[in-house]
Design a protein around this ligand. Sequence first.
Ligand SMILES: Cc1cc2nc3c(=O)[nH]c(=O)nc-3n(C[C@H](O)[C@H](O)[C@H](O)COP(=O)(O)O)c2cc1C
Length: 271
Amino acid sequence: MVSRSGGDDPAGAGSVSKTLAGVTGGTVSAYPGVAFSAVSSDAEQPGPANHDLAAMRVGYGHQGIAGPSEESDLDAEQLTDGWLPLMRRWLEDAVEAGIPEPNAMTLGTVDENGHPCTRTVLCKGLSSAGVLFFTNYDSDKGRQLAAVPYASATFTWVPIAKQITVRGPAERVSAEVTDEYWHSRPRGSRLGAWASEQSRPIGSRTELDAALLHVAERFRVDVDIPVRPNWGGILIRPEVVEFWQGRANRMHNRIRTSRHGDGWTVERLQP
Ligand SMILES: Cc1cc2nc3c(=O)[nH]c(=O)nc-3n(C[C@H](O)[C@H](O)[C@H](O)COP(=O)(O)O)c2cc1C
């Protein structure tokens, strides 16, 4: 294992918000003996300094980033037919806007200590049943979802001023659903899934490349590569879906729909 010094900022990026808390000037710290300042002397560090980060902002709506032209305000009425049609429309907007990996979503799970863990996965299916992605069931996320089968997933599309968050129980899909998707994947992706013990440590890049070579030799080019054991789909069945649309002066539109038994409520949230 390689360890490096964490530097002198135990709060990491949190120092920015601590800095912002000190709007009256001077420094503020929740950590005894540690000072945070918007003009702190981190200029010798590579990359943007804290004061640059604190100054980074874009406007939404008429102040800057907006959705498709002439887009009206997001409203509860747009959810009359449920969350699915609007989510499909927004995904389509993201595709049309040319956003790379428009189906990427930040997946949140909790570990055995109740601590949140996030990472990006690709949404590979959307239906009234829910939001589908594929992964290694023995990965950290796979094991966390086996223990606590509940997930949160957020699609962020800044260039069109939109975000959607979905939350709900998560379950493994049938072998048939996994099989169908698996066989739509390129050979290289299938070999990669076989070669990687996802989330486990490995000594070097060389060992990883050797693992790929090994499976490439095992599965000849003319041979069908079977689904890797313990690899497959996970379906998040939404019980809360929130739509966010950026607007000027941080007065964004937020509409949340939540399932209660067989029905759904729709409410507007303050930004
Ligand atoms: C754009 C993007 C898409 C990704 N898609 C997937 C995916 O669909 N499934 C997956 O298992 N990992 C995907 N990954 C890798 C995950 O973010 C993560 O590194 C990996 O799944 C291990 O996560 P875990 O250790 O928390 O289980 C993707 C990463 C990026 C940046």
